[in-house]
Design a binder for this molecule. Structure first.
Ligand code: NAD
Length: 458
């Protein structure tokens, strides 16, 4: 099939590359010339494992352009994957979605086309996009008929850091549409993935036992609400265990044991029950805020979702409180942060706890030294006014530091020469914001180890 993908961010490029890999012809459209130049040169504009390799494997079925006129008229399916960043009132900013829909309407061809909202968009956006396309088409050449266009919602559930894996082997595929033809077209488009008929790339093997992916066909509105509900539920699972972690600390219990003890109950499940600094990233904060804003529009409150947000953002201040408890005075101290990205295996800094914690520490007069294996350049570029001291190595972060905070659980941080790190520090205080390191080992190396929700070491 011929596919157009509007927006080549984390979601758009992953969608484009995986669809090309399984056999479709994909043209990706973006307005950012730097991204397009990088993609045309076969380079991934973001850090995402496997992306560059897949780009090269699928190169002959992929094209990149800034021109809607090149991508849209011939496409059977057009994905909208532009950003929907949050506005101050919690609602998503829909200007990019609006521009994309208008661009599609101006260039849509005469054949039957399915336009798919893959961006996370508020309830009712399917209808809105439909109207915008009709409107833009009308300014060009009169009425666009129903036989030409159907709008669908196909929310994306990929996780940054394993985006290619999640797109080739999703847990489920959700497609919402009012028009049966759209569901059929999207089933056909996704058939190689739904029926797992493609040859897996050697570097991202198929999970054992996966034979077929459930296809969940819904109405438009339900698909839109599925995305927000899924993210809100995951966010509140993490906030729940962080709330329990605070109590565990007070009563001398261990939250990792509690998580295991409750998680092995199949009704609860072990995943997303790791206590720590809490969630960040481009989705959970934005999508929980949007869900609350939508509910408000309908005269409803969402106290559970609101509480999940409150617990999460409080968690970042708790790290500062832990440092204060250890160091007594923060002003004039040097504190090192290990990890800037909001989670490992990505360079995404949107709503990253590290930046928030750094900001809180700087406000209290702390000198902040930082390291991240992939996100430092982006941090320098995107946050030029944040007075961070960037270090090329974790060892350099430790130099003369009064404390270290492990913020992002990059695998490489497990392998550090921790004994040497301790020696380099002024005080060997280690706040492990992800309960990631072996605390007995760290204590044996001379660290004062502080985790999240752990009982005191005997
Ligand atoms: P992103 O900011 O990384 O990418 C958006 C891209 O769209 C950018 O490259 C931008 O230049 C481009 N763009 C903006 N306006 C355009 C226009 N008019 N025409 C063409 N291109 C345009 O965003 P993202 O992280 O990929 O997220 C995209 C959507 O997917 C959001 O709604 C997000 O909530 C949702 N989502 C994201 C993730 C994730 O993990 N990042 C997961 C699931 C869903």
């Amino acid at each position: 099939m011929k596919v157009a993908v509007i927006g080549t961010g984390y979601v758009g490029i992953t969608t484009g590359v995986t669809l090309a890999y399984v056999g479709h012809h994909v043209t990706c459209v973006d307005v950012n010339p730097a991204k397009l130049a990088s993609l045309k040169a076969g380079k991934a504009p973001i850090y995402e494992p496997g992306l560059e390799e897949l780009l090269s494997l699928a190169a002959e079925r992929l094209a990149f352009t800034d021109s809607y006129a090149e991508a849209v008229p011939e496409a059977d399916v057009i994905f909208i994957a532009v950003g929907t960043p949050p506005l101050p009132d919690g609602n998503p900013d829909l200007q990019y979605l609006q521009a994309a829909a208008a661009g599609i309407g101006e260039h849509i061809g005469e054949g039957f086309t399915v336009v798919v909202n893959k961006s996370t968009v508020p309830i009712g956006s399917g209808n809105w996009v439909d109207a915008l396309i009709h409107e833009a088409f009308a300014t060009r050449q009169g009425k666009l008929f129903q036989e030409h266009l159907a709008v669908a919602s196909n929310p994306e559930f990929l996780r940054e850091g394993s985006a290619i894996h999640d797109s080739l082997y999703p847990d489920r595929m959700v497609v919402g549409a009012e028009d049966q033809r759209a569901l059929e077209v999207l089933y056909t488009l996704y058939r190689p993935i739904l029926e797992q008929t493609f040859t897996p790339p050697s570097f991202i093997p198929r999970p054992e036992g996966l034979q077929a992916v459930p296809f969940i066909a819904t109405d438009l509105t339900s698909a839109e609400l599925i995305k927000y509900s899924a993210n809100a539920f995951l966010a509140l699972k993490i906030s729940f265990i962080n709330e329990i972690a605070a109590l565990a600390e007070r009563v001398g219990a261990d939250v990792t044991q509690i998580a295991k003890g409750i998680g092995l109950d199949a009704r609860i499940g072990t995943r997303f029950l790791q206590a720590g600094i809490g969630w960040g990233g481009s989705c959970f904060g934005k999508d929980t805020a949007a869900l609350i804003a939508t509910a408000q529009d309908y005269g409803l409150s969402m106290p559970i979702v609101a509480a999940a947000r409150e617990v999460n953002y409080r968690q970042r201040e708790r790290i500062v409180e832990k440092l204060l408890a250890e160091l007594k005075i923060l002003k004039g101290r040097t504190i090192g942060l290990l990890g800037l990205a909001f989670k490992p295996n990505t360079d995404d800094l949107r709503d990253a706890p590290a930046l928030d914690i750094a900001h809180r520490l700087i406000e209290r007069g702390v000198r902040v030294r930082v390291h991240d294996p992939v996100a430092m350049e982006k941090a320098r570029r995107e946050h030029p006014h944040l007075a961070l001291h960037y270090c090329e190595t974790p060892e350099e972060v430790a130099e003369e530091a009064d404390a270290l905070v492990l913020v992002t659980e990059w695998a490489m941080y497990r392998e550090l020469p921790w004994e040497e790190m301790a020696r380099r520090m002024r005080r060997a205080v280690l706040v492990d914001g992800r309960n990631f390191l072996d605390r007995a080992q760290m204590a044996a190396l001379g660290f004062r180890y502080v985790g999240i929700g752990l009982n005191p070491l005997e």
